[in-house]
Design a protein around this ligand. Structure first.
Ligand code: G4P
Length: 290
């Protein structure tokens, strides 16, 4: 993980994005912040609350198909307590997205009523879509904009490169102007992002990553591992490479000489976790849950 810790994205990259986002915020009515429902803390930019400030916001807990349903509900409750509306969505299939329009209209009801009172009921609702890489921003925009998605031209006076999409029902989406980085410098965040595949494997040792994932899963989800790999004995007391080797052995992954092929096992475990094959797993709990 030391490689991850050494990546210093701040301040250069974020300063630019922050400035662009603050300029673009003036053009929108609300912000849709997309997060990964499996890692609701690590998949957020640490400055996002400051950047968005008082702009109305909806959080889309994406990839909820791969997250634990109860924990997603608890997260939604947690955000509600913080006066933020969050909804679970699956942008791969589009599940939950029908709620987006009504939720945003509710959020902006006063503003929309004011438009109507001024005879501007046809005015479109403009939403800026934000999120760190890989949370599913493109999937969301593509889903919402559909096949005939119309990309609106750069508008005069607007930060160059701003991408607008008309999505019907009187809504327009603005893609994040710039790249919103996660909190890479935090070791735990780096690990979770690597587990979910949001960080490229090339910069981290695959076996070490798989071992860390298994150790993490073994704390709350060991049953998922024993079931998936049909392990005969409990694994709660196993640690580190023992976990990887037990799985490799159970899957018959050997190299010449009967040694367990830990590299191939690592790749398989990581792929299966990322594909949701180990089960619906949420790695981060809302702060009040112990
Ligand atoms: P980004 O623009 O924020 O960077 O994310 P993008 O939409 O490219 O999505 C990143 C990956 O997450 C994609 O997988 C995408 O299919 C997947 N994804 C997005 N939303 C969901 C969801 O709700 N559920 C699930 N299970 N997956 C989701 P990929 O492996 O990069 O590509 P592919 O699988 O689509 O080929």
């Amino acid at each position: 993980m030391s490689e991850l810790q050494n990546i210093q994205w701040y301040p250069g990259h974020m300063t630019k994005t922050r400035r662009k986002m603050q300029e673009s915020l003036k053009l929108v009515d609300a912000v849709a912040e997309i997060i990964d429902a499996r890692i609701p803390i690590s998949s957020r930019n640490p400055d996002i609350d400051n950047i968005i400030a008082n702009k109305p916001r909806i959080i889309l807990m994406n990839k909820c198909d791969m997250a634990n349903e109860n924990k997603t509900a608890k997260w939604i409750e947690y955000f509600k307590e913080k006066k933020i509306t969050a909804i679970p969505v699956d942008c791969k299939t589009g599940k939950g997205l029908n709620l987006f329009f009504t939720t945003v209209r509710n959020l902006l009801s006063e503003k929309i009523e004011a438009w109507q009172a001024k005879g501007m009921s046809g005015k479109s609702v403009k939403i800026m879509v934000v999120g760190i890489p890989n949370v599913g921003k493109s999937s969301f925009i593509n889903r919402m904009a559909g096949k005939e998605r119309a990309k609106v031209e750069d508008r005069p006076g607007v930060t160059r490169g701003n991408q607008w999409f008309t999505i019907g029902r009187g809504f327009e989406l603005l893609d994040t102007p710039g790249v919103l980085w996660p909190k890479f410098e935090d070791k735990q965040v780096g690990e979770y992002l690597a587990f979910t595949g949001a960080v490229k494997d090339q910069i981290i040792d695959t076996e070490l990553l798989a071992v860390r994932l298994l150790e993490t899963l073994n704390m709350n989800y060991s049953r998922f591992i024993t079931e998936r790999y049909k392990l005969k004995n409990p694994i709660e007391n196993l640690q580190g490479y023992e976990l990887l080797e037990t799985i490799g052995k159970a899957r018959g992954m050997f190299i010449k000489g009967g040694e367990i092929d830990t590299e191939r096992t690592s790749i398989m475990v990581l792929d299966e976790f990322r594909d949701g094959k180990l089960g619906r797993i949420t790695l981060e709990n809302p702060p009040q849950i112990t």
